[in-house]
Ligand binder design. Sequence first.
Ligand code: TXA
Ligand code: MG
Length: 330
Amino acid sequence: MTSIEVPIKKYSEAVRNEAVQLLRESCLVAFPTETVYGLGALVFSTEGVAKIFETKGRPSTNPLIVHVHNHREIEKVADLSNIRIRTLYENIAPLLGGPLTIILPRKQHLPIQINCNAPTIAVRIPNHACALDLLRHLDAPIAAPSANRSNHISPTTAQHVYEEFGAQVPLIIDGGPCEHGLESTVLSLIDEKPVILRPGTILPVQIEEILKIPITKTTPHSTCSPGQGVRHYAPERTRLYFLEKSTPLPTENTALLALFGSHLNTIDHSRFKEVHTISLDNSLNEVAHKLFDTLRKIDSLGYDAVAITKVEPIGMGAAIMDRLTRACAK
Ligand code: TXA
Ligand code: MG
């Protein structure tokens, strides 16, 4: 009998060197960031980038985010010759180096599959020691979507990545659970008025404060960004839906997922098979941090359906409701 080697390795200098080598050989490497785990390939490797799309089952129309470790690297992939866009970019700079992705005009020499031949490129500087160290030693940008099969739940641990791809990915770098747990905010700087294409941990108010101009916030069902499909993040087996007080349960085998402990005070939860709570302290950050992990666990418990409570779609609540609205979509 041949044993399958699990490709998860704790971050170390040796593992980082192995990752650099694999990326240079056009292989994929999954790595941690402060948001979710990414499935990386060297930006300038057409073969590596093609493997991302193939491995994820990602439509070729859905562009990738380019990860870099400093501003100089951004200029290698983005064309900042337009003065208006350059000024916006310089103004937003203090928020880069964190969970914010910006959309800029692209440089011509990039492999066209990265951004699906669009005139733009998405770029971000992750705020995670392992990701930054890897980027520095590679000395080139890494293209990386979230390390899950297309439309599945995003991974926030190395084990989640392994559950998605098994040994298909030759190296999964384990840097522990991701700090934020939701993907980066995506902000387009292309138009006169910047627009948020995907809500995340960096909030509109922080962006407006720093840019000193109003920006456009998209609604949970926005499709301005090709990857923001209506149905996304849905578990494989269990149907998720938002709790409505008077609606009968779809079957007896239905559980309740309360995002906040306080939600249980106003719900008759005795009718549910089981009750799960994400944040007893009613903390939005804790809900964000644990959301994807909880959705994965719930999917493994064999319920027919899970009713989920809502939070106000304000601040971090907007990013949480964006992901849950997609997870509940039919
Ligand atoms: O936090 C994150 O952003 C994670 C980590 C790994 O960095 N990455 C991530 O990548 O969430 P992905 O591929 O799962 O989501 C990227 C989103 C998609 O909705 C995609 O359509 C959008 O960014 N996007 C990428 N390039 C774009 C572009 N040029 N114009 C508009 N949207 C773009
Ligand atoms: Mg994704």
